[in-house]
Design a protein around this ligand. Structure first.
Ligand SMILES: NC(=O)c1ccc[n+]([C@@H]2O[C@H](COP(=O)([O-])OP(=O)(O)OC[C@H]3O[C@@H](n4cnc5c(N)ncnc54)[C@H](OP(=O)(O)O)[C@@H]3O)[C@@H](O)[C@H]2O)c1
Length: 287
């Protein structure tokens, strides 16, 4: 039995969808905190086990009879490491054989303006290494799916206005990363490994503007404004201070190339080349 956490979220649900193409629903359990949101999983025949990452007893109960766990990183940023540790401890306690953790593919996290947020992922990796459970880390790069958060859904009218300069990021589609993580659960020989799930090449925002222009037939201009002016613009648009710091932290990391890591891991785990930038943008923007 494979338990997927964060199962009502995008990555967890996509991992379950891929698992369902390979194994029956009676081999899959879903950890979810919201019963109503889990209804579509139940409808697919998946065994929904309710609980929060904060609830160690519920985690242990959910892992009864489970041999493998996909630990999808929590969105609860202040508590992330403790919550992940609860999952690891429950796995140890119940004799889970293999935990696969979805971390983040970033370098020089210490230098990032959002270092605490990023470091929590690496501390979870340390917690896994110190645990008695066999584990695999799949570090996810930035989702192409997250691009509209940064450049807007109205990019065809307003262009791209983001202070990333010529920074490169190997954006990848979330559902393909979910597929790669699910393959780690389905195959043997991944214990003790760390994979960086990144596209086969790294892209500038000029590349993104060009791909969007070609796909849509509408010219999309990329302008990289002064970072301070960009932040002030977010504030005057009513974005709260935490949001400004988070968005500008990710943008700074992209500008300074912290996501610029390219490996073959993603391709190897998928068993094919990941989708191109243009194909992923087509899917994300419905072009
Ligand atoms: N690499 C990137 O570009 C990128 C971009 C965005 C996010 N991420 C990170 O990748 C992870 C997965 O992404 P995603 O798109 O699948 O995120 P998502 O759609 O927001 O899903 C997060 C899942 O975690 C669950 N969850 C959050 N806090 C929980 C708690 N305390 N107890 C139990 N479950 C909890 C959510 O439950 P509910 O459905 O009940 O809320 C949801 O199922 C997230 O941690 C996210 O921060 C990475």
């Amino acid at each position: 039995m494979i338990l997927v956490t964060g199962a009502t979220g995008n990555l967890g649900a996509a991992a379950i969808d891929h698992l369902l193409t390979k194994v029956g629903p009676d081999s899959i359990a879903a950890y979810a905190r919201n019963e109503a949101k889990a209804a579509p999983l139940r409808a697919k025949g998946v065994d929904v086990r309710l609980g929060d990452y904060d609830d160690s007893a519920a985690l242990a109960a959910a892992m009864e009879g489970v041999s493998k766990v996909l630990l999808v990183s929590s969105t609860d940023h202040g508590k992330l490491q403790d919550q992940h540790l609860n999952v690891i401890r429950a796995a140890e306690k119940t004799g889970v054989e293999h935990v696969v953790y979805t971390g983040t593919a970033v370098k020089d996290a210490d230098a990032s303006p959002i270092s605490p947020m990023l470091q929590a992922h690496f501390r979870t990796e340390d917690d896994l290494r110190s645990s008695s459970v066999a584990h695999t880390v799949v570090r996810n790069t930035m989702y192409t799916d997250a691009l509209p958060v940064f450049i807007g859904a109205d990019v065809f009218e307003r262009g791209i206005n983001l202070p990333v300069g010529d920074g490169r990021t190997p954006f990848a589609l979330r559902r393909e990363m979910a597929e790669a993580a699910a393959n780690v659960l389905l195959q043997d020989g991944h214990e003790g490994k760390t994979y960086e799930l990144t596209a086969s090449e790294s892209y500038t925002f000029s590349d993104i503007a060009q791909a969007l222009s070609e796909r849509s037939g509408k010219p999309v201009r990329y302008v990289s404004p002064d970072p301070q002016a960009f932040e002030d613009g977010l504030r005057s648009a009513g974005v709260p201070e935490f949001g400004v710091a988070t968005i500008s932290g990710f943008v700074t990391d992209m500008r300074e190339g912290r996501y610029d890591i390219v490996t073959r891991d993603f391709e190897d785990l998928l068993g094919r080349r990941p989708m191109s930038l243009s194909e992923t943008l087509q899917e994300v923007y419905g072009l």
